[in-house]
Write a protein that binds this ligand. Structure first.
Ligand SMILES: Nc1ncnc2c1ncn2[C@@H]1O[C@H](COP(=O)(O)OP(=O)(O)OP(=O)(O)O)[C@@H](O)[C@H]1O
Ligand SMILES: [Mg+2]
Length: 257
């Protein structure tokens, strides 16, 4: 299953979802490849506290022939990931085609390929969607984000790919669009709501996915639930539903601040 994580507006939480969904799927025993398909503004590696100067997509492009497995980075969670460096510029059709020519031979070895896409509906999104089996759209519960999410929904549908659902992120429950209204605007089922959660910020600051940093955080619990919705079944191995954090984990979390 190759899943594109998209949004209309930037900064709504695509990478938060992509990373944590990937980690939960890996915890559950699936082989997961996370691709930072936000080629011109990559963030996956930095969320993992890595600054990639080598084994990057643009290095592969400049070398021409490359064994794609050399591009695979392995996070301690078991998630495999691929990233551009911060030098990737000039995303024309030839470059985008070449990127996916490099990547696609890797895809069949994985149960899940998560494509952390760019915001909007430009050419790079087109290529990401074209190489996916379907999309999840992330949005915040406000009108600008929701109407641009609708635009992405139409874009994906025009490419004859399914939109599996939308995720509301940074939900505060105060002075914002309700889940029902959000669903009627984006015209796809809302498959989960991630609350605004300071634990997300803390996790980013220490370079850890929030589901590892604090599996009991409200945001983590929401991501477990979203993974279950996507899988269509309960998690059995991943830390589902925030059950009992060990004392050692509590101490580590406290020390990390
Ligand atoms: N639920 C949340 N609670 C608190 N902060 C959050 C939450 N979700 C995301 N953030 C913060 O918002 C910022 C943007 O999140 P993220 O990078 O996932 O968005 P994005 O959609 O991938 O952005 P871009 O369009 O730039 O790729 C990050 O600093 C992240 O830590
Ligand atoms: Mg992002």
């Amino acid at each position: 299953m190759k899943l594109a994580i998209l949004s209309g507006k930037g900064g709504v939480g695509k990478t938060l979802l992509s990373i944590n969904l990937s980690v939960v799927l890996a915890q559950e025993g699936y082989k997961v490849l996370l691709v930072d398909a936000n080629f011109s503004a990559p963030t996956v590696a930095t969320y993992f506290k890595t600054v990639p100067n080598t084994h990057t997509l643009d290095e592969a492009l400049s070398k021409g022939a490359v064994n794609p497995s050399e591009l695979v980075w392995i996070h301690p969670s078991g998630v495999h990931f691929i990233t551009p460096s911060f030098n990737m510029v000039g995303l024309d059709d030839t470059t985008l085609q070449s990127i996916f020519t490099i990547l696609t031979p890797l895809f069949p070895s994985y149960d899940f390929v998560i494509l952390d896409g760019p915001a909007g509906v430009e050419k790079d999104v087109y290529y990401t969607v074209a190489h996916s089996d379907g999309a999840v759209i992330v949005t915040n519960p406000n009108y600008p984000a929701l109407y641009n999410a609708l635009k992405v929904n139409y874009f994906v549908q025009a490419m004859r790919k399914p939109v599996i659902g939308a995720v509301l992120n940074m939900v505060t429950g105060k002075d914002e669009v309700t889940r029902e209204e959000a669903q009627s605007i984006v015209e796809v089922p809302i498959i989960g709501e991630i609350p605004y959660d300071e634990e997300v910020k803390k996790a980013v600051n220490v370079g850890q996915p929030v589901v590892l940093y604090n599996p009991n955080a409200k945001a983590s619990k929401a991501i477990y639930q979203i993974t279950e919705s996507l899988l269509g079944k309960k998690l059995t191995k991943a830390r589902a539903q925030g059950g009992g954090e060990s004392i050692l984990q509590k101490i580590i979390r406290w020390l990390l601040g």
